[in-house]
Design a protein around this ligand. Structure first.
Ligand code: SAH
Length: 410
């Protein structure tokens, strides 16, 4: 096996099982190493440290194992089996009310660069590294074995994650386009052919269920709705009305179909294809405006636009890398400030960030600044996270990406 030699002392984080080798830690590499190769990582003196996938870039090796294991069929089988065992142990893999879950969450399942989401009889597999792309057939074979009797199709979808490789999306097993999945008893279409990521955001499952509990009698605004996940939970929770907003026409179309699937002909729901910032700007302000004598309330419900007492903000990642952090935090503050300005008194705000480089504290600070700027009285009711099928490898804190706050706004 070809070798990657570390600079002296640069094995420290690997000895603590952190699964990445950064380019700056490398002394030199064997001449004939190619992108996606399985390599041995060794100290300057040649002592074995780990085996992983090599790729040019700031993360040069993604570690697959710290033992001297061969990366063969048995390896993939054992890693996938261990991922499934965990989902079975926590009751997700055999749930009578949910058949959509994440089976493999990259580093969290000791498979950096690989994502596998299961939607009923179909697994959607996504490679985020060249090594995983090259191994896709071996992984699919192991996946079919491990998930025998559970899945019939494997759809490979890496066009957007590895654009420079131009990998072809397509089925590696089966070919069914039967794409209705179930989450907590609610049904939804998954568009793995054209949808974002693997077609649905399973990571919000538990947060949607929490929202359902707060929805009764509320006027709900689901901002950045994508496939409408939060919207159909709000409807089941007894919301008075639910408005879903997304700037993508495709997302709005999917939301309408999903709401129709669960609540056919229900007049409580409307969907709008609009930019989030513009939409929020167009809403009436429930508080006395600056310069308006206190007690005089600005126009509300139906006069200028809708008034909402439950708002969800689940935007796409504002920062995809560390360099974008500062602007991303400003973006979160600006967005949340608009929601604080517009939400009714006694309203509840579910606000999220899915940017990996934005920490819990960063995000809380950005939202804190927004609350202060909007001069609202705000209490934190819940601090939310990614669910258990998106586990965080304890040695890889970067794996914590989804954070949310549920806020009571007066
Ligand atoms: N809440 C969703 C996931 C949101 S993904 C769920 O539970 O599944 C982020 C969504 O934001 C995408 O659908 C994208 O089309 C939308 N989006 C991105 N920029 C936007 C903008 N400026 N205004 C409105 N929607 C936007």
């Amino acid at each position: 096996m070809k070798q990657v030699y570390l600079k002296r002392g640069k094995e420290e984080s690997l000895l603590r099982f952190h699964p990445w080798v950064f380019s700056g830690a490398i002394h030199h590499i064997d001449n004939d190493i190619e992108e996606g190769d399985v390599v041995r990582v060794v100290t300057e003196k040649g002592d074995f440290i780990a085996v992983g996938h090599y790729q040019q870039g700031s993360i040069s090796v993604r570690v697959l194992t710290f033992n001297g294991l061969e990366i063969d069929d048995a390896f993939w089988h054992s890693r996938l089996q261990s991922a499934l065992n965990m989902r079975q142990d926590i009751g997700l893999a055999d749930s009578p009310i949910t058949n959509a879950f994440r089976l493999v969450h990259g580093e969290g399942d000791l498979l950096p660069g690989l994502i596998i989401d299961v939607y009923d009889k179909t697994a959607v597999m996504q490679a985020h590294s060249i090594g995983m792309h090259i191994a896709r057939h071996a992984i699919a074979k192991a996946l079919a074995e491990v998930m025998k009797g559970r899945i019939e199709n494997i759809y490979y979808k890496s066009e957007t994650t590895l654009p420079f490789m131009e990998p072809e999306n397509g089925f590696l097993l089966g070919s069914s386009n039967d794409n209705i999945a179930v989450e907590n008893g609610l049904r939804f279409y998954v568009d793995w052919l054209r949808g974002q990521k693997t077609g649905f955001f399973v990571d919000q499952r538990e947060n949607r269920a929490l929202l359902e509990k707060y929805a009764k009698g509320k006027r709900v605004l689901n901002m950045f709705c994508y496939t409408g996940g939060f919207s159909f939970y709000a409807m089941r929770g007894g919301a008075e009305l639910v408005h879903s907003v997304d700037s993508s026409a495709k997302a709005i179309e999917l939301t309408r179909r999903n709401v129709e699937l669960n609540f056919p002909g229900d007049p409580r729901h409307e969907a709008f294809c609009e930019d989030a910032f513009k939409y929020l700007d167009s809403l009436p302000q429930p508080l006395p405006r600056r310069g308006v004598p206190s007690g005089e309330i600005s126009p509300s419900l139906g006069e200028v636009g809708e008034a909402y007492d439950l708002i969800i903000l689940d935007p796409p990642a504002f920062a995809k890398h560390r360099g974008a952090l500062h602007n991303a935090l400003k973006g979160y503050t600006r967005l949340n400030e608009k929601a604080f300005e517009k939400i009714e008194k006694g309203g509840i705000l579910f606000t999220f960030s899915c940017s990996q480089v934005v920490t819990k504290d960063h995000f809380r600070n950005a939202v804190f600044t927004a609350a202060a700027q909007a001069k609202r009285k705000v209490r934190i009711l819940h601090q939310l996270h990614q669910p258990a099928d998106h586990p965080i490898n304890i040695y890889h804190p970067e794996g914590e990406y989804l954070k949310g706050l549920v806020l009571y706004v007066e």
